[in-house]
Design a protein around this ligand. Structure first.
Ligand code: ARG
Length: 467
């Protein structure tokens, strides 16, 4: 048998026929799982060291295996490695190459190991890395949010419910809402890390291995905090992938909401913000267009990230223990989700960082509008009226003002007094500024609260850096 078919030949020894070409292509995963090469090689190196330490293979053989693996990693990184679909997956591609490089000693690496615990290990190493990359991107995004909140601390905008003007809020307060969302995202990923940080290697195909392996040694070499407690579970558990995808779906949902606001705010009708040209696209027919495609795509890509989560949940739901080949379908969705989330965070960070804000346009829709209606009701409450009654009086006042096409400021005191004798001259000192100042409760939009929220947010990030 030719050397290159060594691994495949060994594996198919119980068959007389070779595999059907279409079937071979169908089961192959190398076109996407090549991305696990680094993790696979790191796992194999740790495994080889452990086998030698436990005297399951000689030190010399371990050294030969390790140096072979290191040179294979170099080949892959230099683009010199030929990935072969007939060798199915990344594990067999690497093992086969190891045979070519060091001969039969390569066959000792798979002692006390199965591809089932091997792939579970690779996936965990990959997800651990993805989590730390994701958290660092989230942090960059949070820092930019804090910067523009800080730079626009005094800007007041209409706050909305039902996309109808509700009450004035500080623009910084609005942005800090996204800080809170992304902060929960960070904590969710940190939490997901706890359950990902468990070593499955040593579980064998499903039942454990019949050799005196030292699983803690491998865990320590690879930086895992724990070893898995049940071999059947360890090879068939993809919860950590689902959790990453779920956390990513929530995180994308948050970005998507901001994306929607950017789309609205950058329209001529709102004009609250202007996209930097570096983050805007043009139209092929309408020369005037400055389109927010980046924001739209962030909104759109959220759909595929949800899809990947749903796909894996569906793949897993009917699988009997332990490993089933269906689980190979976990990879493309995960890779896509990681790539989508990380690239979205990266470009969104730039988009927000370069966003121009237009404070005059943010305040403009509030002039002559009735956004201060709650403040008028609060005014009457302070003068002794029950809130429900005050609400009803101001409701009637709004109806009257609309009929006269006047804003609150344009009504005369006599007109006010038709609705309640409690109205006095000081009613004219109610402004969007006094409105935000009045909401001085923890978590409210008053400038003092927003300043406190900003410094709390900065402290959170600093504390995370120190960890
Ligand atoms: N490529 C496989 C996967 O991603 C590796 C595990 C194969 N195990 C097996 N028993 N065929 O799941």
């Amino acid at each position: 048998m030719a050397k290159k078919d060594e691994v495949k030949g060994h594996l198919r020894s119980r068959f007389k026929k070779s595999v059907d070409k279409a079937a071979e292509k169908y089961v192959a995963s190398i076109s996407f799982d090549w991305r696990l090469y680094k993790h696979d090689i790191a796992g194999s190196i740790a495994h080889a060291h452990m086998l030698a330490k436990q005297e399951l293979i000689s030190k010399k053989d371990a050294e030969l295996i390790v140096s072979g693996l290191v040179s294979i990693r170099d080949e892959i990184e230099q683009g010199k490695f030929e990935f072969k679909p007939e060798l199915e997956d990344i594990h067999m591609n690497i093992e086969s190459r190891l045979f070519e490089k060091i001969g039969d000693v390569a066959g000792k690496l798979h002692t006390a190991r199965s591809r089932n615990d091997q792939v579970a290990l690779d996936m965990r190493l990959f997800v651990k890395e993805a989590i730390s990359e994701t958290i660092s991107r989230l942090k960059d995004f949070q820092l930019v949010l804090l910067d523009i909140a800080e730079a626009n601390k005094a800007v007041i905008m209409p706050g909305y419910t039902h996309l109808q003007q509700a009450q004035p809020v500080l623009f910084a307060h609005h942005l800090l809402a996204y800080f809170e969302m992304t902060q929960r995202d960070v904590v969710r990923f940190q939490d997901c890390l706890k359950r990902t940080d468990v070593l499955p290697l040593g579980s064998g195909a499903l039942a454990g291995v019949a050799y005196p392996v030292d699983r803690n040694f491998i865990a320590q070499k690879l930086g895992f905090s724990e070893v898995s407690a049940n071999s059947l579970d360890a090879v068939s558990d993809r919860d950590f992938v689902i959790e990453y995808e779920a956390a990513a779906a929530i995180s994308m949902m948050h970005i998507s909401r901001l994306a929607e606001e950017i789309v609205l705010w950058s329209s001529a009708e709102f004009g609250f913000v202007e996209l930097d040209e570096a983050y805007a696209t043009s139209s092929s027919i309408m020369p005037q267009k400055k389109n927010p495609d980046v924001a739209e795509l962030a909104r759109g890509k959220t759909g595929r990230v949800y899809g990947n989560l749903l796909s894996l949940l569906t793949i897993m739901k009917g699988l009997p223990l332990a490993y089933n080949r269906d689980m190979q379908e976990d990879k493309e969705g995960l890779f896509d989700t990681v790539d989508t989330l990380i690239s979205t965070l990266e470009v969104f960070t730039g988009l927000i960082k370069t966003l121009k804000t237009n404070s005059a346009r943010m305040e403009q829709p509030m002039t002559g509008s009735y956004i201060l209606a709650t403040d008028l009701a609060d005014y009457l409450v302070k003068k002794g009226l029950p809130f429900r009654q005050a609400h009803s009086i101001v409701g009637k006042l709004v109806q009257y003002a609309i009929g006269k096409s006047k804003g609150f400021q344009e009504l005369s005191l006599d007109e006010y007094r038709v609705f309640s004798p409690l109205f006095a001259d000081d009613v004219y000192s109610i402004t969007v500024k006094t409105s935000v100042q009045a909401r001085n409760t923890v978590g409210g939009t008053a400038p003092a609260q927003v300043v406190a929220a900003l410094s709390r947010a900065k402290k959170l990030i600093r504390a995370r850096n120190e960890k």
